[in-house]
Design a protein around this ligand. Structure first.
Ligand code: MG
Length: 385
């Protein structure tokens, strides 16, 4: 006796506004379909999954398993029908005869959880059906045939989602009956109701988050967080005969920082924070110190380039905070000038840039004046896509 799941991914997803079938939409490196199958497998409840795909998506599925990894529970790949109802029926027919319980799930609901799956299967085992449902938050109006509007009592309304789980034999019987009668419905619960009078509504704390990705706005929201954060750290050695440049400002001192460029440790930390926030690598990768082009270069020029690359990748800089750790010299008189320089290079306002200086009370390499270090945090904001 086994428990199986039919995953329906055969729709075109025309309402999503996407060029591809929405279940192949990928965000943060993983597609809707893979995420959905991950969640079903992670529940540990299913012996087998039948995946129903449109014929034109078969090749894409093969490519997906190569790129994102295989799902061992997917034992049957079934070509979909002309309607959702036909697609589900095709998936049900592919399951082994000893199937006792079956869940039907839309691939466009990748946020399904083990708690939801458990709730519907438990109800299906005891009542023959278990359909995940959630209270309705909007007030729902009913439009009558004559155009008259009436208000439904919200406390008594439930929205239903998938997974919808059933006793396999009973659901197959309901499908057979629907096809004999030419009945077309939008979900399996309606079909089961038609045959057996009612379904059991299952509840889970996770139901509110189990949304169906449908409209362009649903997909736009996946790219959140729109705000990203990065950190940077750098340290350089103090050396005789070098200039001391911090945040683009020349600071009178007995020694300066050693390095391939102007060794502006604070600007380096800031660039790494910005690049880190955008996951665009780091300054070592972008401006290799073996490259003679960067010998003695003013780091503010490199910071301008980092800001340009961030904007090309669709980000704006929200704010940045730099901390310089140096025992000497006193940096307080230069802070305003430093902020002005950094803001100018990044093309943002001075109020978006903070520079602070501290000592380590003579502890460590900064304390004994072997070197100076700097830390930075930057927040960036996605402006498109
Ligand atoms: Mg450096």
């Amino acid at each position: 006796m086994s428990t199986c799941c039919v995953v329906v991914a055969a729709g075109r997803g025309a309402r999503s506004g996407l060029a591809v079938n929405k279940v192949f939409f990928r965000w943060q490196g993983r597609s809707v379909l893979s995420r959905c199958l991950d969640a079903l497998e992670a529940s540990g409840k299913y012996d087998a999954i039948a995946l129903v795909l449109a014929a034109e998506d078969m090749e894409r599925w093969t490519a997906l398993t190569e790129e994102e990894g295989a799902h061992p529970s997917v034992k049957y790949i079934v070509p979909g029908g002309a309607t959702r109802q036909e697609s589900v029926y095709a998936g049900l027919q592919a399951l082994p005869e000893d199937t006792r319980l079956v869940s039907v799930h839309d691939a466009a609901r990748p946020f399904v959880t083990a708690d939801i799956i458990r709730a519907t299967l438990a109800d299906a085992a005891t009542c023959g059906s278990g359909v995940i449902s959630a209270p309705v938050t909007d007030t729902i109006k009913l439009v009558g045939d004559d155009g008259r509007i009436s208000t439904l009592e919200r406390a008594r309304l439930r929205s239903v989602q998938t997974p919808q789980s059933f006793d396999y034999i009973r659901l197959m019987r309901a499908y057979d009956m629907a096809f004999e009668e030419g009945l077309q419905v939008t979900d399996d619960a309606a079909l089961y109701e038609h045959c057996y009078g009612s379904v059991k509504l299952s509840e889970s704390k996770d139901a509110a988050a189990n949304i169906k990705l449908t409209n362009p706005a649903d997909f736009a929201r996946l790219n959140v967080p729109a705000v990203r954060i990065g950190t940077g750290y750098d340290a350089h050695r103090l050396k005789e005969g070098r200039r001391l440049v911090l945040c683009g400002v020349d600071i009178p001192h007995t020694r300066g920082l050693d390095g391939h460029s102007d060794a502006d440790v604070a600007t380096h930390a800031l660039m790494d924070a910005l690049l880190g926030a955008a996951a665009l690598g780091d300054i070592g990768k972008l401006f290799p110190d073996r490259d003679p082009a960067y010998k003695g270069i003013c780091s503010l020029i490199l910071l301008e380039e980092v800001a340009r690359r961030l904007r090309a990748a669709g980000y704006e800089i929200g704010n940045a905070d730099v901390t310089i750790v140096a025992q000497a010299p006193k940096l307080a008189p230069f802070i305003m000038n430093m902020r002005e320089r950094l803001a100018g290079a990044m093309g943002i306002g001075m109020d978006q840039v903070s520079v602070k200086a501290t000592t380590t009370e003579r502890m460590g390499f900064e304390g004994d004046e072997t070197g100076i270090s700097a830390q930075a945090t930057a927040l960036i904001v996605r402006m498109k896509g």
